[in-house]
Design a protein around this ligand. Structure first.
Ligand SMILES: NC(=O)c1ccc[n+]([C@@H]2O[C@H](COP(=O)([O-])OP(=O)(O)OC[C@H]3O[C@@H](n4cnc5c(N)ncnc54)[C@H](O)[C@@H]3O)[C@@H](O)[C@H]2O)c1
Length: 286
């Protein structure tokens, strides 16, 4: 970091990309505030990063929680230069068979959580003419089966960033949106276990997965350069720059790679596990 006194807030900083970014920032001389719902992961990070790291248990779904925590961070560090809206969740499920609560939870964390993070950051970033980085995904443009909730949430995150960029420019706040491809974190391991391995054909070709270090390097550069869009890997930039052109290709490619079999396998599994909505409907009809 050029300025050793930079303070960066990262939501979902307990593990995965958020934790690695926190580590990189501290290694480069910055200070971090890590926010997460997982207290034990936060304790591990505090132990690892030491005095330049403070942690707060915080659920991004709650605006009052985030507002209070941002005020505490500002008090503890004196200022906030950058906020990274990174917390997110992923599950797989078909539109017909998934538990509707999974859909809602994804929207609550991935969309409302990012809105809340932006909202709670504004007063402090206005004071510092700071930078706001939101983590979307290539899924914002590459829409594959079983990911309706995730893809819709990440497209919404990109839209939130685009609007925030224009609204906050007069205050000297820059806004960047990061679109990583599949990355080897716990999130991806869990998705594999839910049938993602079949869906993504063992991650070949377009769906090749990358290491978290590559994404974190790009996130860090994005912060230093106050980038508008950060696409990892850069090779996939056309998907974000001209998504309409790639939608057709994605659908064709998905069929070639056997995504229909993966959807069928997932739906058979979903039939064996009736959702609460289905059981409620049955009760109401009885
Ligand atoms: N791993 C990938 O393949 C990939 C690809 C593109 C984008 N992303 C995005 O990158 C971000 C980080 O993903 P990751 O791979 O590090 O995932 P991860 O699951 O390893 O880490 C996510 C962190 O967010 C925290 N979190 C979840 N819900 C929260 C809430 N309500 N409030 C606060 N914290 C919460 C979790 O406890 C966890 O520590 C996410 O937004 C994800 O959607 C990931």
């Amino acid at each position: 970091m050029k300025n050793k006194n930079q303070v960066i807030v990262i939501t979902g900083g307990g593990r995965g990309l958020g934790a690695l970014l926190g580590q990189r920032i501290v290694e480069r001389g910055g200070r971090v505030a890590l926010l997460d719902v997982n207290e034990s992961d936060l304790s591990d990070m505090k132990l690892k990063l030491g005095a330049e790291c403070n942690t707060w248990v915080c659920d991004v779904r709650s605006l009052p929680n985030l507002t209070a925590v941002m005020a505490e961070i500002n008090k503890a560090f004196g200022h906030i230069n950058c906020v990274v809206a990174n917390a997110g969740i992923l599950s797989l499920g078909s539109i017909e068979g998934m538990d509707p609560d999974d859909f809602q939870r994804t929207m609550d964390v991935n969309v409302t959580g990012v809105f809340n993070t932006i909202r709670a950051s504004i007063p402090y970033l206005r004071q510092s003419h700071g930078y706001l980085q939101v983590i979307s995904s290539l899924a914002a443009a590459i829409h594959t089966p079983l990911m309706s909730h995730y893809a819709a949430s990440k497209a919404a995150v990109e839209a939130l960033a685009d609007v925030a960029r224009q609204e906050l420019r007069p205050d000297g706040i820059d806004v960047g949106c990061v679109h990583p491809t599949f990355t080897h974190t716990q999130m991806l391991k869990d998705a594999h276990a839910q049938g993602g391995d079949k869906l993504w054909s063992q991650h070949k070709g377009l769906f090749s997965s990358i290491e978290p270090e590559e994404v974190v390097h790009a996130m860090y550069q994005g912060i230093v350069r106050r980038e508008r869009k950060t696409i990892v890997p850069k090779l996939l930039a056309p998907a974000i720059v001209a998504p309409g052109l790639v939608h057709w290709a994605i659908e064709k490619l998905g069929r070639l790679q056997g995504s229909e079999d993966a959807v069928q396998a997932c739906q058979e599994n979903e039939k064996r596990q009736p959702t609460p909505l289905k059981s409620k409907t049955k009760k109401a009809a009885a």
